[in-house]
Design a binder for this molecule. Sequence first.
Ligand SMILES: [Zn+2]
Length: 341
Amino acid sequence: MSTFDKKTKGDIYFAQRDKELDKLIDSTTGKVYAHLVKKINCMLCESPDYTVLFTKNGFDFVRCNKCGHIYVNPQLSEESITAHYNDNSKTTKLCQNYLSSKKSMELRSKLYKDFFSKLKEGIPGGNILDIGCSMGQFLKMGKDLGYEVLGLELNEEAAQRAKKKFGVPVERKLLEECSFDDNSFDIISMFGVIEHLPNPVEVIKDVYRILKPGGAFIGLCPNVNSLVCMVLHQSSRTFDGRMHLSYFSNQTIRYLFTKVGFQNKNIEIGTCYTGKDSLLNYFQFLDPFGDEEVKYLPDKFRKFITDKKGWKKFEKKMSELNLGLKLTFIAKKKNCRQISK
Ligand SMILES: [Zn+2]
């Protein structure tokens, strides 16, 4: 990750993000200022019963004792979250630079291609709604493939870039502010969005409603059961209490999707990106996000992991076991049934 961070200017972005997080913390308690947060029930099953796993940057990360969902509790109020997406803070700008760097665009391009090749057979044409479309890279690819496209993006800078750079239509709205008819879209996507939602059940229920029968809901989010999260715990960058409110696993994302109407057999979950650099650094008691280093690894393991074939084997195994950094999902709306209230 480190080399990738430097090439994409991700390192500057993450440093600024941490600085902004520090400002939220009440030094007398070590927690986020009480007036900025509110205590909530489980974001998926509404149970008030949970266990605190750890505290990081003033936020408590908890696991629901009923459904197993990992989430932040208490959370910043919705107003302060929305303000963040609308603002033009330094972090937001740096994030846009990071996302528009050549290296990170290439990475996403490959990911999107994989999605389109999977969708090609069942949904070769039609329309796409990309929720949280950022600067519109996915929509641009869809448009080039002949789909009709529309994006929703709250961040002004990202929305402008999408329009200017890729010429794709973007509305600066939340899904709940749009009044799309039932069965409106063939493909609905959310790349790196679900983890930010304060009300995932409500939003995904609406996604299901506006998805056409035969359509697909696709996307990606952090994988709480990735090897990186399971080894690094709170040292993993994934755990960001201000922006990432939910931490899904294969099991809890299925729970969310089936709760709103998708059928388990029509949900396909995979993972991508290994987080190799941060893991290897951490194994050697080094900064996981520092420069990639292998000299302190035990000889046999170093040989295995630095050898191209060895690495490929490792990568393949991680993918088979769903241990990648991000969960990828394709949920198809095959059989229409009543959405449970
Ligand atoms: Zn729960």
